[in-house]
Design a protein around this ligand. Sequence first.
Ligand SMILES: [Zn+2]
Ligand SMILES: [Zn+2]
Length: 357
Amino acid sequence: MVLQGDNMAPTLTTQITRKMDQTIQPPLLMNAMVLEQSCSRLLHQRIPVPIPSPYQVLIKVAACAICRTDLHIIDGDLKQPKLPLVPGHQIVGEVISRGTLVTDIAVGQLVGVSWLGYTCGDCGYCRKGLENLCDHAQFTGYHLDGGYAEYAVADHRYCFPLPMEHGGSFGAPLLCAGLTGYRSYTMLPTEAKNIGIYGFGGAGHILIQVAINHGKSVCAFTRPGDHSAQEFARRYGAAWAGDSTAPAPFLLDAAIIFAPVGELVVKALQDTVKGGTIICGGIHMSDIPSLPYQLLWGERSIKSVANLTRKDGQALLALARELSFQTQTHPYPLHQANEALDHLRNGDINGVAVLIN
Ligand SMILES: [Zn+2]
Ligand SMILES: [Zn+2]
């Protein structure tokens, strides 16, 4: 498994030193970027280092990738976040201490923490293996404090042990950009050959590597005129890349929409063959305009993907060990989280912004 951050400054690479089974005493206070209220800038604060509960581990955060969902939480599109909140749900770091009931993760282990922070295990969805739909789920960086900080706690049952080469910024984008993209991809019919990706960024550039490995052909649709993103998609192997307003160069078997733009559902239906599948891969999307039934007719289907299961995470991380992924990361120091969020909001980032400690 090789992960490369194309433009990762070596001086910012976080070195993780192993101290297996040796609990490290954390400081009392840490730096964190905190959301005090929705629709406001994050505040750089010194707050207490969290103390792990019996089921939690304390993680020294090495890197936390920024996801578009963070923007939706900060901008108020997703309602009722925990406040004040430390956002961030693509955390990579070293376990430095653990709760009294944690036995399966050693101190010194590198772990990843994703969006899925807790599920009840008891509701109808959990019992059917659909923990991503759990009625009582709690999500990292939304209901639970996340990784825009020097330290974070997480329930050990929702941590993914990572190999050391996933340290620093390299593995962080896998934990949501990778997982969301992968769950969306697994919703496609296996026989789908020509796939459209609408909104080619963090998720798209990881997913395309899986798709190409499976012999698929990918067309990438970007914001109109975003030649930089189109070039980025071609560099990652897109057979075609162009404006989202342009017709697909040929009819697609399936489409995955990552951009939070409802109009793209209509566009994707126009671009797909009869029997085609449209997957909406984002947690938030603007309203889908009304559309002529003729576009849906022909047994086309539209489906959303919600959250992820731990099985998705295990499958993607196992795949990551098989394939030689590359991730394009843009490192920012923790205190520049607002600038990184602005760059993502404005479409200035090809790849994934990652906060580095
Ligand atoms: Zn449940
Ligand atoms: Zn995410």
